[in-house]
Write a protein that binds this ligand. Structure first.
Ligand code: UD1
Length: 324
C-alpha cells in the first residue's frame, strides 16, 4: 500500500517534533513546514522532509499544498499566554490569519483532512471537574480566544466544504521522547516543568511557586500533565480516523489525573536526586486552582488513552535530556 502523506506545520516545535516521530513510527511519509521562529533545526528528524516557510506566506502554502497530502497537522501558533495579552495583534496575525491561510490553501488544493493543535486554555475557570468537551468556553487569555475562533472557522468550513477536522485540546504537555531522539529545549520557557529543570541544573536560581493558599490538598495549583509522546500517538490516531470516516470532532487530551506544583517539585527531587530551590510567591493572575480533563471521548473516538500515568516516569524523560 502507498504511504499516506502528512504535512506537519510547526513540526520543528516541541509538540510538533513528537508528532512527526509518532507518524514516522507508523510509516507515514512526513513533510515538516516550519519557519523556525520557535521551532528548532535540531528537532527535525532525518526521515522527514523539511520546507522552511511561514504560514503568513499564502503563495508558499499554496505551492506546498499542491504537492498533495492525505492530511495536515497544524501546530504553528504563538502560545505565550502573557505575551498574548500584551500584544494581541501578533496573536491575531499569526494564529488567526495564519490558520485561515492554511485552511484556504488546503481547500484550493483538495487537501481534506486536518488535525489542529488546540488547548485546554479555551475553557477558562472550570465550572465543574473533570472538564469534558461540552464545558463552556470562557478563555482567560487572548491566546485561548484565538484557538477557539480557529476551531469555529474549521467548524464552518467543515459544513460548507469538503473539509474535515479533529481539534485536540491539550492539557499540560510535558516530557520528552524516551529514546532521546528529540532534544530541542524551549528558549525562555514559561511553563512549570522546564523552569523546574532550569532550577535543578543551576541555570535559574529559584522557582517561584505561584500561590500556596488555593483550595487544594497542599494549597498549590493542580494540573493535568500529559506526556508529549502520548500526544503524538493521539495525532496519529486522529489522522487515521479522519482518513477512515471524514467525521470532524473536538477532543480533550489529558490523563484525568491531577498533580500539584509541590508534587511536581517532590517528584523532580526523587527523580534527579537534587533539591529544587523554591519559594512561595503570590498567585498568578488568571490561574484556576484545579484543571483536570476527562479523556473519555478520546478513548471512545480515537481508541486512545495515555500510557504515561506516573509523574516520576514523565519527569524522568525530561531529566534524561538534562543528564546527557
Ligand atoms: C499551560 C499554558 C497554556 C496551555 C495550558 C494547557 C502557559 C502560561 N500556559 O497552562 O497556554 O494552554 O497549559 O492547559 O504557557 N507555576 C508556578 N511557577 C512558575 C510557573 C508555573 O508555580 O514559575 C504553576 C502555575 O501557577 C500552574 C502550574 O505551575 O499552576 C502550571 O503552569 P504552566 O506550566 O504555566 O501551565 P498552565 O498555566 O497550567
Amino acid at each position: 500500500m502507498a504511504q499516506s502523506k502528512v504535512l506537519v506545520i510547526g513540526g520543528a516545535g516541541y509538540i510538533g517534533s513528537h508528532v512527526v516521530k509518532a507518524l514516522l513510527q507508523e510509516n507515514f511519509a512526513v513533510t515538516v513546514f516550519d519557519n523556525l521562529s520557535t521551532g528548532q533545526r535540531c528537532n527535525l528528524l532525518a526521515k522527514a522532509g523539511f520546507i522552511e516557510g511561514n504560514i503568513l506566506d499564502e503563495a508558499k502554502l499554496n505551492d506546498v499544498m499542491a504537492k498533495g497530502f492525505d492530511a495536515v497537522v497544524h501546530l504553528a501558533a504563538k502560545k505565550a499566554v502573557g505575551e498574548s495579552m500584551e500584544n494581541p495583534q501578533k496573536y491575531a496575525r499569526n494564529n488567526l490569519n495564519g490558520s485561515i491561510n492554511i485552511f484556504n490553501a488546503m481547500i484550493n488544493n483538495g487537501v481534506k483532512n486536518i488535525v489542529f493543535s488546540s488547548t485546554a486554555a479555551s475553557y477558562g475557570m472550570p465550572q465543574y471537574l473533570p472538564i469534558d468537551e461540552n464545558h463552556p468556553l470562557n478563555p482567560l487569555s487572548f491566546y485561548g480566544f484565538t484557538k477557539i475562533e480557529i476551531e469555529r472557522v474549521m467548524d464552518w468550513y467543515s459544513r460548507l466544504k469538503d473539509f474535515h477536522y479533529i481539534a485536540l485540546r491539550y492539557f499540560n504537555a510535558v516530557g520528552y521522547a524516551a529514546d532521546g531522539s528529540i532534544r530541542g529545549k524551549e528558549q525562555n520557557p514559561q511553563n512549570l516543568l522546564p523552569i523546574v529543570m532550569e532550577v535543578v541544573t543551576g541555570k535559574r536560581e529559584i522557582l517561584n511557586v505561584f500561590g500556596n493558599d488555593y483550595d487544594t490538598p497542599d494549597g498549590t495549583c493542580v494540573r493535568d500533565y500529559i506526556h508529549v509522546e502520548d500526544l503524538g500517538r493521539a495525532h496519529v490516531a486522529a489522522i487515521k480516523k479522519l482518513m477512515q470516516d471524514s467525521q470532524s470532532h473536538i477532543i480533550n487530551l489529558g490523563t484525568g489525573k491531577g498533580t500539584s506544583v509541590l508534587e511536581i517539585i517532590q517528584s523532580t527531587e526523587r527523580v534527579t536526586g537534587r533539591k529544587v530551590n523554591y519559594d512561595f510567591a503570590p498567585r498568578r493572575a488568571g490561574d484556576p486552582s484545579v484543571i483536570v480533563a476527562t479523556y473519555e471521548k478520546a478513548q471512545k473516538i480515537l481508541d486512545w488513552k495515555p500510557q504515561y500515568t506516573d509523574i516520576d516516569e514523565i519527569i524522568k524523560t525530561t531529566w534524561n535530556l538534562e543528564e546527557k
